[in-house]
Design a protein around this ligand. Structure first.
Ligand code: CTP
Ligand code: MG
Length: 229
């Protein structure tokens, strides 16, 4: 039995990045974004297995060094991120008998081992939880570019990944959300819908999601800082 399995959804096309290769294969400081991300988990002794979810027509993954790691498995992803994650969770459950899964975006290469360990330690006696950062800006709610109301910033958290849950709980939550055709953009929202408590664990700025071209310079900055430390 495996205790902790990381699932890295990497089956997107990265439309907002506007590069010819999908953003997870863009090189940052000499390594692809996906390698930076997967290495965080391969280098963490508490993580037993790593599943990378790839696009059905992926042409890049096999040429990466990490593809031959004995801890590494690949699974084919689906149309939406939630479909890709569900494919990974089903594999972790049926093939790896993993007790916990940690879902982490390929597009977040700046996760530190400290934050990863903090998440694992703080959730050990729970159903699961996520890394998130407290909001520093004042938050406005609007549907038409005029303000409806100002939200209480003290109560706002910005969700990151990893999102870590007991495998059986996440499998059930994602399967139910899919059956009910609910749009979910992270794993926590599917688990919240089940009425199960999801814990918040302090994340970090470096773990932001690389989305648009200007984000690449910021990712370079954080990754070169990490290499020096
Ligand atoms: N992802 C996935 N399967 C999908 C869609 C997304 O595995 N069908 C993955 C992406 O590869 C990424 C993560 O989910 O690592 C977060 O998604 P996002 O940042 O939105 O990436 P993309 O969907 O690739 O980018 P975009 O939305 O700009 O097209
Ligand atoms: Mg997307």
């Amino acid at each position: 039995m495996n205790k902790y399995t990381a699932i890295i959804p990497a089956a997107g096309i990265g439309a907002r990045m506007q590069t010819s290769t999908p953003k997870q294969y863009v090189s940052i400081n000499g390594k692809t974004m996906l390698e930076h991300t997967v290495n965080v988990f391969l280098n963490e002794p508490m993580i037993d297995q790593v599943i990378v979810v790839i696009h059905p027509e992926d042409k890049h993954f096999k040429s990466l060094h990490i593809s031959s790691s004995p801890k590494l498995h690949t699974v084919i992803g689906g149309e939406e991120r939630a479909d890709s994650v569900l494919a990974g969770v089903a594999f972790a459950d049926s093939e790896l008998q993993s007790e916990w899964v940690l879902v982490h975006d390929a597009a977040r290469p700046g996760l530190s081992n400290e934050a990863l360990q903090r998440l694992i330690y703080e959730l050990s006696n729970s159903s699961g939880g996520i890394l998130a950062t407290k909001c520093v800006d004042t938050v406005k709610q609007s549907s038409d570019e005029t303000i409806d109301k100002t939200l209480n910033r003290q109560k706002i958290w910005l969700a990151q990944t990893p999102q870590m849950f007991r495998t059986s709980i996440l499998l059930q939550a994602l399967s139910d959300a899919k059956r009910n055709k609910l749009t979910i953009t992270d794993e926590a929202s599917a688990v919240e819908m089940q009425g199960i408590d999801v814990k918040l664990v302090e994340g970090e700025k470096s773990n932001f999601k690389v989305t648009t071209p200007e984000d690449l310079m910021l990712a370079e900055y954080y990754l070169s800082k990490e290499e020096k430390e």
